[in-house]
Structures are given as structure tokens and as C-alpha cells.
Design a binder for this molecule. Sequence first.
Ligand SMILES: [Zn+2]
Length: 278
Amino acid sequence: MEYAVHHVRRPGLTRDLPYGPEDLLWVANTATLVYGERDAVLVDTYATVEQNKALVDWVRSFGRRLTHVFVTHPHGDHLFGIGQVVDAFPGVRAVATKETVAGSVAQVGPEAVGSFWEKLFPGQIPQERPVPETLDDDVIELEGHRLEAIGAGFTDTAGSAVMWVPDLRLLVAGDVAYNDTHQYMAESSTETRAHWAATADRLRELDPVAVVAGHKNPDRADDPAILAETAAYLRDFNDLDARTTTAEELYAAMLDRYPRRANPGSLWGGAKKAKSVS
Ligand SMILES: [Zn+2]
């Protein structure tokens, strides 16, 4: 059994940032293929038709039978491709934890798509957006190896999960871990950020040799140190939130500490949320 990581780069979602490093106004999404001699399991998909076409072509290039696509959390940039994947690979099951399935219903609906995703990616979001089915027992079997879904609660959104592959000591972390990328905090609160940091710390106890983040700097390795980095970023944000008054001050203080992470727009979105600026 082996794994491989695919990525796409796309524009960030928060685009009204006051200032920031111009060369870092992008974010990369990842999808991970875990594969054996004959079969394979895909973790996560992408937002747009074009991105998911590239993903389908990449999965095809491995020449394995895709049995499952697992979605880590109910955000469109991880979820919207499952219709294309199901169409491309007959017999594949699109699955997620019960909590991710619950959150997916609203995310694929006309309101979330019309008021958010279509505005950011006009005409590019798949028309057909199925909801994954609940993964029984939170386990996928791949040629005798166990792939274990572990619920993570509220991280960058509610109903998040990770995929743990014990035989590879591989953690496919979805958005529970970020790799050299500003974290999405526009849905979070002081309390959920503390929970998220504790969750990232708890996952270190699995002692993974590789941790694949849902959003990574493609030039960076899938280093397990990103779990601690993710937790530290959240604690820094909460700390600096308590010591600043405006969204601009909080943004500036965090950017000073993390000047070269990709996607500063995500930080700006989080700072606005923390200071209740719309
Ligand atoms: Zn994401």
C-alpha cells in the first residue's frame, strides 16, 4: 500500500484584504490517493469542474479500481467533486462521517452555492452536487488494510474528520491541519479555536510519519510538525485577539508573526469575524 498527494492552486476566498504579500494571494487544495495492488481510496475532491476533471485524470493514471471517495469535512472546496468522481469511476462509494454528511446537506444547497461559491467561481461549480453517504463504523477496508475516519468536531468548520491509515502511519488531516497556509477562521470562535488546537495536539499522539493538510504550500513536505504549527497558530490568534481592538490590528499582529504563509485573505476573514466586522 502506498499513497500520493495531488494539489491544485486557486485564488483565495476572502479577497478584500487591506494589504498583504501579493505573491501569496493563492491557496492550494490537496487530494490524497491511498492505493494497493488493485484498489484505491481517494480522500477529498475540489470545488470547480476543471479542478475535479484534473483530479479524475490523475486518479485514472494509477490504473486502480477506486472503491471509495471519503470527504473530510463539509466545505465545497473538498466536497463538490464527488459527483464527477462517482460518474468517472463506476461502483465507487462517496462516504463521510455522519457529522460531515449532516453539514454537507446545506453546503451543496442553492443558498450556500448561490450566495457564496458561485460568486467566487462563477459558472465553475458543478451543477450536480450529491451528498456523501454515512460511512458505517467509520472504517474503509483497502485490500485488508484499515483506513479509519476519526471525528474531529469543530475545526475550521463543524463536523470535521481526519483519515488515519495505521499501516502507513499516514494522517490525511483535511482542514484539521494546515501546512504553511493561513487558516480559515471565519466560522470559528475563541472557544472553537481552543478546541481545534487541542484536537491538533491530540492527533500528535497517533505518532504519524506524514500528515497531509487539506491546504498546503506545495513546496513543503507533509511533515507531522504541522499539527503543532496549526495549534500554535490558533493559540497565537486567540492571544493576539485578546490584545487588539480592531480587525486591522489583529490582522497586522498575526501577519507580523506569520509573514510568509500563503493566503493572507483567510487571516483577514478570521480577523473580521473575531472583531464582528462584516
Ligand atoms: Zn478547506
